[in-house]
Design a binder for this molecule. Structure first.
Ligand code: GZL
Length: 325
């Protein structure tokens, strides 16, 4: 082997090792133990009962533990959410709780906080692990396993379809981790089962109104569709309105399945209009502030703190209604 070739190989290996070690050394910022923290909470939006319940849970827990919460609402704009994080960095908060609206757009803001010595805790949505890693760039992701949520809904459908098999899927916000993974979990299970067809799949942006609009369009394009899978209850409620306006009978000629566990949607199960819902709790306050306290105390904080999800069906909907949001 020529000397020049040997040199190139050796220098490439050394450069790689240096880069790796520098990334590994980009250790998480420390958090001193304090009686009271000034903590940022960069919320993505406030357009649903789920979001309002999440914000209420964070505010209540901060007050209960004597911390000051610096709150921002990105009004469904990923760009604003990133600038909200940067504003919190400028304010010198001790730590930041972030619900990244999209899994790539918020990564630079996470790096900025890390580099400013401010630890970031992700709530309810994760970011792309190809761009940022828990335990290195942010402390942890606290939330549900969205692939599992999609799979559980599919498994219920497979067992209860009774011959219904043409599925319209209404997806969540494009580029968000719940939308990506709820689609993967559901679609993979449905494909493996065989006998079903996903005739259309389109985003309703986790919004009731967009869920209604998209359902209106898709049931006109696919009048033979007899199953509707929505990535969130707000979109399910919008879809119910569209189905009934079109003369369809949800729960009879169309089987509707969803995710979240909001009060109105669980009531719709009790009313026979929705077949099943995989829950997704918005109550992050206690776990979020426990993770903060553990991190400050130097206790190990796992890279993923998983929320266990309730599953709502006709047999338990009325009983569980009181615990919904
Ligand atoms: C899930 C969360 C999702 C909810 C929707 O953790 O990100 O966003 O399922 C909400 O209701 O819009």
């Amino acid at each position: 082997m020529s000397t020049r070739r040997e040199f190139l190989i050796v220098s490439t290996v050394l450069t790689g090792a240096a880069l790796f070690s520098s990334r590994a050394q980009a250790a998480l910022p420390p958090l001193a133990v304090k009686a009271s923290y000034k903590v940022g909470f960069a919320q993505s939006e406030s357009n649903s009962p789920w979001r309002l319940a999440e914000t209420r849970s964070m505010r209540d827990e901060a007050a209960k533990r004597g911390h000051r919460l610096v709150f921002s609402d990105a009004a469904s704009s990923s760009a604003k959410q990133a600038s909200d994080v940067n504003a919190m960095i400028a304010q010198g908060v001790d730590a930041i709780f972030l619900t990244p609206r999209e899994d790539k757009a918020l990564v630079p803001a996470i790096f900025s906080a890390r580099d400013a010595g401010i630890p970031v805790f992700l709530l309810d949505r994760d970011v792309s692990h190809g761009m940022a890693r828990p335990g290195r760039d942010y402390v942890t992701f606290i939330g549900s396993d969205f692939v599992e949520e999609g799979r559980r809904v599919a498994e219920w459908l497979i067992a209860n379809a009774n011959g219904k098999k043409k599925i319209i899927e209404i997806e969540g916000t494009v580029g968000s981790s719940p939308a990506n993974d709820r689609r993967k979990g559901f679609d993979d299970a449905i494909r493996a089962a065989g006998g079903f067809t996903i005739v259309a799949s389109q985003s309703g942006d986790f919004s009731r109104d967009k869920g209604r609009q998209v359902t209106e369009t898709l049931i006109q394009a696919h009048p033979d569709a007899d199953v509707l899978y929505t990535h969130s209850d707000e979109m399910a409620m919008g879809a119910l309105a569209a189905l009934e306006a079109a003369g369809r009978k949800p729960g009879k000629d169309v089987l509707v399945v969803s995710i979240d566990g909001s009060r109105t949607a669980v009531q719709a199960i009790a009313d026979g209009k929705i077949g099943a819902i995989c829950g997704c709790s918005p109550f992050f306050g206690p776990k979020a502030f426990d993770a903060l306290a553990d991190y400050a105390a130097g206790k190990p904080v796992p890279p993923f703190i998983k929320n266990e999800d309730q599953f709502y069906v006709a047999s338990n909907a009325r009983t569980l209604l009181a615990s919904t949001f």
